[in-house]
Design a protein around this ligand. Structure first.
Ligand code: CAO
Length: 449
């Protein structure tokens, strides 16, 4: 019995991987779970294990090939017929079960949607009537006059289109008399997002000059991480209205503490750095300010509050920026966080990070202080709503009301999504972080668990 080994699902939004190296040849015998190829997606490097024990029959890819999820990488002839039959049966049963579950879910979804549509239509009719003489009608008329054309959509649908950044004049109405419904707007927005995801990096119309006219040049293809970073950064920057807040924490006492107790962490084979301490304090801050731990679902007009505290840490690697995630930060000690931070940073740099270690973060910390700089404005990682930027601690003269004293000041920046977070809340969040760094005891009674 010959079994096809296909490239499995790797991670969300990842549909291809490159074959870095083949670890077997045709005719080789392999064990179940034995790694047969080393692969690299734009998020991480990972090993591809054989699902069965047997003999490699045919290898369908070569090193350097890009393979799509679901494509056959190689075929393997099983050496245990019975086991295979059993496996096949179980797989078939699993598939049937999944199919059944999917059908039930689709049916449920359809019923829900029908109900929603009905309710939405009734609501809209009522609203339209109320709004006929109302203020919004005037606004609508004024807007239509401005735009110079009539669009059959209620003010609430127009508002939704504005919030989703949809040009209502491009939406085709499917309601009575071609009226544009909120579903039409949502479907249009969804399609636009899908299209932009498929397109990869959206190149604009700008035409590059021929640089070789002015001197020697060399062209190199962008590697997968660079392509992914460019695409994500562009999408985040274009879709999130960023606002930036800056503050400084007096970390003089904290630095003394770090020097004194750093040895405890060294015993565990790691280093007590500002990043590890900040991870712990940020976890407390997220419990106190849950909006910073949330995501925005504009399509369904919902705010998704997460009850877990996972924090991404930007890591500078030779291949570019990676953001591995430390899970359940609130449940770990600073020593554990220091050790884990050291391990994931090393894994990211040595291409050993697994795709699922790069997912599920609610906010990110980007510390460039080890390199230098007085401040910077990092871009938020979608679907997060904020990112904390850390610059270099420096000794500054600080006036204490009577005299200037040399204090160690840590500059912090906060980039936040202004659709969800208001300026005052952002200022409070960052102040909270600074005060907690200045006096960590405050975190014990200033909210949080
Ligand atoms: N101010 C002054 N010194 C700092 C500092 C700061 N804010 N942050 C770190 N340092 C010091 C550390 O104490 C350490 O000093 P010693 O070598 O004397 O012990 C040194 O800088 C190097 O620190 P580190 O990098 O080993 O450890 P870390 O835990 O602070 O940071 C990590 C870990 C992974 C965040 C970091 O290595 C890194 O990759 N930073 C770059 C992140 C990045 O690229 N961000 C840009 C993303 S754009 O959004």
């Amino acid at each position: 019995m010959i079994k096809e080994l296909k490239l499995p699902e790797i991670a969300e939004n990842v549909d291809t991987a490159t074959v870095l190296s083949l670890l077997v040849s045709e005719g080789d015998t392999v064990e179940e779970e034995q790694n047969v190829a080393e692969m690299e997606s734009d998020k991480a490097t990972f090993d591809l294990p054989s699902e069965i024990a047997g003999k490699i029959k045919e290898i369908k890819v070569s090193e350097g090939d890009d393979v799509k999820v679901g494509d056959v990488v190689m075929t393997i002839e099983s050496d245990e017929k019975n086991k295979e039959d059993e496996g096949e049966k179980a797989e078939k049963e699993k598939e049937e079960e999944q199919e059944k579950k999917k059908e039930e879910e689709e049916e449920k979804e359809k019923e829900k949607k029908d109900e929603e549509n009905k309710a939405e239509e009734e609501k809209e009719k009522k609203k339209e009537k109320e709004e006929k003489e109302g203020e919004e009608k005037k606004e609508e008329a004024a807007e239509e006059e401005r735009e110079g054309s009539e669009v059959p959509a209620s003010p609430s649908v127009r508002r939704l289109a504005r919030e989703l950044g949809v040009d209502i004049y491009k939406v085709e109405g499917t309601g009575p008399a071609d009226r544009i419904t909120s579903d039409d707007v949502k479907a249009f927005a969804k399609e636009a997002v899908q299209k932009s995801d498929q397109k990869g990096i959206a190149a604009d119309d700008y035409e590059l000059p021929d640089f070789s006219k002015w001197g020697e040049i060399e062209k190199k293809s962008m590697d997968s991480i660079r392509k992914r970073t460019a695409k994500n950064m562009q999408a985040s920057w274009q879709s999130i209205p960023h606002v930036f807040q800056f503050d400084k924490a007096d970390v003089t006492e904290l630095e003394n503490f770090r020097k004194k107790y750093g040895k405890e962490v060294e015993k565990e084979g790691s280093k007590l750095t500002v990043t590890a301490i900040l991870l712990k304090i940020t976890a407390k801050a997220l419990q106190t300010f849950p909006r910073f731990n949330a995501s925005l679902d504009l399509q369904n007009e919902e705010i998704i509050y997460k009850k877990y505290i996972n924090i991404g840490v930007a890591v500078d690697t030779e291949r570019g920026l990676l953001v591995p995630v430390i899970w359940d930060v609130d449940q770990k000690s600073i020593t554990e966080l220091s050790v884990e931070l050291g391990e994931i940073a090393e894994a990211a740099r040595n291409k050993k990070i697994k795709p699922d270690q790069l997912q599920g973060g609610n906010i990110a910390i980007s510390n460039l202080g080890g390199i230098g700089g007085t401040n910077f404005t990092p871009i938020i990682y979608r679907p997060n709503v904020a990112i904390i930027g850390v610059s270099r601690t420096s000794t500054e003269p600080v006036y204490n009301g009577g005299e200037f004293k040399p204090r160690m000041m840590l500059p912090l920046s906060l980039s936040y999504d202004h659709r969800l977070i208001d300026g005052a809340e952002a200022a409070k969040f960052l102040r909270w972080l600074c005060e907690a760094l200045e006096n960590p005891l405050l975190t014990m009674f200033k909210g949080g668990k």
